[in-house]
Write a protein that binds this ligand. Sequence first.
Ligand SMILES: Cc1cc2nc3c(=O)[nH]c(=O)nc-3n(C[C@H](O)[C@H](O)[C@H](O)COP(=O)(O)OP(=O)(O)OC[C@H]3O[C@@H](n4cnc5c(N)ncnc54)[C@H](O)[C@@H]3O)c2cc1C
Length: 474
Amino acid sequence: MDLRGFMSDMIRSELEDAVGQENVSVSTGEKLAYGTDYFWLARMWVDKGQMPPIPDYIVRPGSAEEVSSVLKIANYYKTPVYTWGGGSGTQGGALAMAGGIMMDTKRMDRLINIDTVSGTITVETGMVFQTMEWYANEQGFSVMHIPSCLTCCTVGGALAHNGIGIMSTKYGKIDDQCLGLEVVLPNGNIIHSLQVPKHSSGPDIRQMFIGSEGTLGIMTKATFKMVRLPEVRKHHAFLFKDMPTGIQACREIVQTLKPSIMRLFDEAETVSIIKKVLGFEKKGAFMNLTVEGKAEIVVVEEKIVLEICDKYGAQYLGTEYGEKWYENRITFFYPGYMMNNPQMFGTMDTTATFDKIEKIYWAMKHAVEDNFPDVKFIAHCSHWYDWGTMLYDRFIMDNPPEDPEEALRLHNKIWNTGVRAALANGGVINDHHGVGLKLGHLMKEQYGPAMQVLEGLKKALDPNGIMNPYKLGL
Ligand SMILES: Cc1cc2nc3c(=O)[nH]c(=O)nc-3n(C[C@H](O)[C@H](O)[C@H](O)COP(=O)(O)OP(=O)(O)OC[C@H]3O[C@@H](n4cnc5c(N)ncnc54)[C@H](O)[C@@H]3O)c2cc1C
């Protein structure tokens, strides 16, 4: 923000009154730390010595009331506000693209309540997700939201992106798991969704904020359902001749029973990442699958899974590689396994119904590899619904241009080409990574006239447009 004279200090002193002097920072070093999240472009920009987008103030509120005071100040001065949880987002969603206040939520990390009768847990949203899971585990329960970013994302960040965990095929996405929310609106009002998520008292307010990426308000508390920890958890692995055959088999499995984990890797990912992490050498489409719950039920489910996979000609690989996959469920993202700078990469993350998913897979693969011969396209399906699945589709370029602006242009071009191929074939542009800065410009293309509903909501709740500008296409 371009503030003259003592204006900047005026705002700073009001922020200090709201949250305490020790919880406001204008130090350049700290501002730079908020200059990049896990978005490839932001990381490349910093790696090349370019100035990242930084905020003017970093504010660390300790309660919903303090968040409310900060938002009132921001609204009065019409200063942008960004919410920062763990900064692990991949779409640039938390970045301060227009200066202003960076609100880091991590001081709000208290456990509010565990109710083992109803099976619910309520926490403040700045809590790291793993911590909430530990609280649930101590009581013999699990929230069953186990994303690969479990240890580096906050509860609020996961809700803001409508995230998903590796157990989703049985236990659902975070919007199935979250029962209620406390939200601070841009005008500073603190509101609560109704006590239960299933009702017919009008549209569900909770769902309006899940996935809203800090553009409509700041979530400060959340209640989740918990499930009892499973008696047994059994891992298996299979090899299909190709991805399309694997998709057919997985569709039949998920329409018959619910494995907790089911991951199907295309031929390109099987010979690259699966080989690297699990040491699995064969060609084909690798699939690992986990069933869990009461022991007697799991035995029956295992039998059905084996029969279905056999019907589609899969080779059964036993339990070893399934167990190995589970042990390494986060290793996939460790340095050396995950692609990293100077490589260029992006996860396009597409979701669609079963009748379209294969067509989308081929359309995206051809669009990327035919138009950009130096770029590889790899994909796996990791979250399955009764009606369809998601493609975790990535493009990778080993030797991108040295010049940061040229690299930025190419990155946008590849991403737009891949995502537009998905849109043209009936895909939805994101399953769980969110839209952020990266995909905002495609929201109108995706929604058409329906975008006015989201725009209307934005105008009504945030008339001064202070909340996370340039994100979610709003
Ligand atoms: C190694 C790795 C693995 C990953 N694996 C998964 C995975 O398995 N599943 C998955 O879903 N994602 C995954 N992600 C993506 C990312 O971690 C998630 O989107 C995560 O939930 C973001 O949480 P965060 O706290 O880091 O949010 P941030 O990056 O800090 O913010 C993300 C967005 O949420 C908004 N926000 C944050 N807190 C709040 C709040 N309290 N109220 C309102 N808005 C808020 C921000 O403004 C921003 O728009 C992964 C990322 C990495 C780096």
